[in-house]
Design a protein around this ligand. Structure first.
Ligand SMILES: NCc1[nH]cc(CCC(=O)O)c1CC(=O)O
Length: 309
């Protein structure tokens, strides 16, 4: 039997996701044995800085992709939302399994919802996307940066000066946290998820036909189409991590892709939202990007990027 080397970040979430995929492959009878190889990425090492300031997207995958190109590993399981728009030559996303709950959740002291938090309450998040959307609804709240893995953040809610934190529902449930810890599931009408949130990307070499053939059996066509639309949108607007942006697509009963996307100013005062419906996922994503740019998102993005210079 062929031995497959699976590369993974060492975080508990990464390991959990990786082991889940290995289990799925075993379950469908893939004729492989598996070896896990831990890889430390830049994103794991730099914990004290906002991600958007240290390079953002790609930070959690670059070293892993290099190891794959060097044939030190054969496959890797990533959170789709950590994946840059373009993959290095020679690598592909071999499969996208069914998406988990894509929503963000609010976890607060006294189990308060977003609209019930006390005036001026402190909310922990390091995501520009979450910050802008939260401030759009509750401009009085104070957003305080927080980093670290999910367990660390939950602990900080108890030990540090936060009244609430925001996390992805998918990460929480994959880590075995029960829905009871959640104070409120934020609906996409309030807080549009990150592009790819809740989905996994399993990456391998383009020419590894044997692996590709088995990975294909784990593929979820609906999730695939939805994520394609979201990523086409992100690509169109330039996919920068410095700009509050989000996109979430579903497949409706008519088999159309329905994409909701937004671009906002950092303080959430200006927020442009678009909904685009259509059969062709990539076209839907690109159209959402084009429309938002026409409405002024381009100007907004340029202003944000200029301030960073
Ligand atoms: N930002 C880090 C990150 N990358 C992927 C997830 C888990 C959720 C997912 O797979 O989308 C998380 C945690 C979070 O945002 O709370």
């Amino acid at each position: 039997m062929r031995k497959i080397i699976v590369g993974s970040r060492r975080s508990k979430l990464a390991m959990t996701q990786t082991n889940w995929v290995i289990d799925q492959l075993k379950k469908i009878g893939a004729p492989f044995t598996f070896d896990l190889k831990e890889i430390v990425t830049k994103g794991d090492e730099i914990l004290n800085v906002t991600l958007s300031k240290v390079g953002g997207k790609g930070l959690f995958v670059k070293e892993i992709e290099q190891a794959m190109l060097n044939k030190e590993i054969d496959i890797a399981v990533h959170s789709m939302k950590d994946m840059p728009a373009v993959l290095p030559d020679g690598l592909v996303i071999g499969t996208i399994p069914e998406r988990e709950d894509p929503r963000d959740v609010l976890i607060s002291k006294e189990n308060r919802s977003l609209r019930d938090l006390p005036a001026g309450a402190i909310v922990g998040t390091s995501s520009l996307r979450r910050k802008a959307q939260i401030l759009n609804i509750r401009p009085d709240l104070e957003i305080k940066w927080i980093r670290g893995n999910i367990d660390t953040r939950l602990k900080k809610l108890e030990t540090e000066e936060y009244d609430a934190i925001i996390l992805a529902a998918a990460g929480l449930s994959r880590m075995g946290w029960q829905a009871e810890v959640v104070s409120e599931y934020l609906e996409p009408s309030d807080c549009i998820p990150a592009v790819g949130q809740g989905a996994l990307a399993i990456e391998c070499r383009k020419d590894d036909e044997e692996i590709l053939q088995w990975l294909a059996k784990l593929n979820c066509p609906k999730t695939n189409r939805a994520v394609q639309a979201e990523r086409a949108f992100l690509n169109k607007i330039g996919g920068s991590c410095q700009v509050p942006v989000g996109g979430y697509a579903v497949i409706n009963a008519e088999d159309d892709v329905v994409l909701n996307a937004f671009v906002a100013s950092g303080n959430g005062k200006t927020i442009f939202k678009e909904t685009v419906v259509g059969k062709d996922a990539v076209a839907v994503g690109e159209k959402a990007g084009e429309r938002l740019m026409e409405r002024g998102a381009g100007k907004l993005i340029n202003e944000i990027l200029k301030q960073l210079e």
